[in-house]
Design a protein around this ligand. Structure first.
Ligand code: ADE
Length: 234
């Protein structure tokens, strides 16, 4: 899978070189290209923003550098004609586990990280003509820019790619995994030692009775879901 990220803070994306995503990059499963938006400006000051038409607080990202950057990136691989252009924004559709699955099935994702009050809306409208554009939000809160959202989305999609996780069964068990009969949060987990600071690991987990363990885990998952996310149980 190819992933392009356009940002005014390329260093912000560096953590993708670590851990699971980093290994997928090293293995060639993911080809990551990070682009500095300022490299696509033409003025001496590398200006990427300007005041909003109609007034209001903050600044809006100018369309021209985005047009130059996206044209160059889209033109850089004529064989893979239709990438998905992902624009993180608090006014997008919610990013969920099923959106992560959609992304994991794509060959090519381009992430356009807005800052300030967002990107001039003509950019998204322009590229809708030639490619799939997906405006997505990672939650009902406002970040300072799309970069942190990109870290979230790339990690969520990358761990679903074949061969990226050590144990592929863990993906099937995920809370929120679509296709599961029900959406339950995962209950408590334990490892050695059997006693730690006066707390014992629940006896049943040491019993070796897989049927009872599965029933106990389900009950714990229902309890946790009722406590943390009653909306998922309805
Ligand atoms: N940019 C700013 N806030 C965001 C959010 N909640 N999700 C995605 N991108 C954002």
């Amino acid at each position: 899978m190819r992933i392009d990220v356009i940002t005014i803070f390329p260093d912000y994306i560096a953590p993708l070189g670590l851990s699971l995503v980093g290994k997928a990059i090293d293995a060639g499963t993911i080809e990551l290209r990070v682009h500095d938006l300022r490299a696509f400006t033409r003025d001496r000051h590398h200006t990427v923003d300007d005041t909003p038409y109609g007034g209001g607080p903050g600044m809006v990202m100018k369309p021209e550098p985005w047009g130059e950057a996206l044209d160059q990136i889209l033109g850089s691989d004529p064989i893979q004609a239709r990438p998905r252009l992902v624009v993180p924004t608090p006014s997008g559709r919610p990013f969920t586990q099923s959106v992560a699955q959609e992304y994991a099935a794509d060959d090519w994702l381009i992430f356009a990280c807005g800052r300030y009050e967002g990107i001039d809306s003509r950019v998204v409208e322009h590229y809708r003509n030639s490619t799939t554009v997906d405006e997505v939000s990672v939650g009902d809160y406002v970040l300072a820019g799309g970069e942190a959202a990109v870290l979230v989305m790339v990690e969520a999609a990358a761990r679903l790619l074949p061969g990226v996780l050590g144990n592929p069964v863990s993906v099937v068990d995920d809370s929120f995994a679509p296709g599961a009969m029900e959406s339950l949060l995962e209950g408590p987990v334990y490892t050695k030692p059997p006693e730690w600071r006066g707390q014992q690991v629940p006896e049943i987990l040491l019993s070796g009775d897989h049927g009872k363990i599965a029933a106990w885990r389900r009950e714990q998952a229902v309890r946790r879901t009722a406590a943390m996310r009653p909306d998922l149980l309805e």
